[in-house]
Write a protein that binds this ligand. Sequence first.
Ligand code: PSU
Length: 302
Amino acid sequence: MTLTLPITFSPDVQAAKDAGKAIVALESTIITHGMPYPQNVETARLVESDVRDNGAVPATIAVLKGKLHVGLRDEELESLGQAQNVAKLSRADLAVCIATGGTGATTVAATMIAAHLAGIHVFATGGIGGVHRGAEDTFDISADLLELAQTPVTVVAAGPKAILDIPKTMEVLETQGVPVIAYGQDALPAFWSRASQYKAPLRLDSAADIAKSAQMRTLMGLPGGQLIANPIPEADEIPVDVIMPFVETALQEAEDQSITAKQLTPFLLGRIFELTEGQSLTANIALVRNNARLAAQIACAF
Ligand code: PSU
């Protein structure tokens, strides 16, 4: 018996593929590990309609009972959003999960792999993983960065999450040859805040230029994707001086409780949600939706 990849497209995504319509990939770790229920499922639905309102078809990606799903039905989204102890899948775990009939949510890295397999060029998320603070001792560097270096998908995020070491994250991306492009401003956005204190290496002001740059990479035979750093809308941002004390507290608690590896990012996001009394979640929802709108425009420009 020959083994084939169990990949399944939702009816919407299959129809979009057949019609050559623009498609935007969406990840599922943000649903299972990034936000509490029921806001996670509500946000996933809103993000899907933002993609549709901007002329593209959304394809939320996850592994369900050993099948790689590209596009989830509403009931699948709902049950994933309520499920407990779902695996968080990155490049290292994806094949094992599929081979053993498991269920798991895809991170930025795993979603990029799935999007590329499905022929999807653009993907929207909240924030990418990166180099964690103290990485000089822990070596905790997200696989998202190395995925950006090798898989040709344009990822729209609101910059690296502010829980990370931003300068070290930028250094790794530069070493790996990943273009980090701020959209419409010079400053690098910092997830909950519109601007970090760092300047972005590159800036583009239109979806058309972003699509063209990706296509140029392909023509040049350059592997890897692009990271588009899209600032959170002004009305929804939490300024750096307001959010950073909460980030510091959460980081200290993680250290005190020896929380590391895959558990670290979900722990930090959860604690910051509690410390800000939900304000970080409201901002997170706004920024993902903003990224979905831009990603749809880029996908249409391809
Ligand atoms: N964006 C969000 N919330 C999230 C994530 C992104 O707004 O929870 C997820 C993505 O799946 C990303 C992951 O790949 O966080 C990073 O995890 P780590 O730091 O363990 O690599």
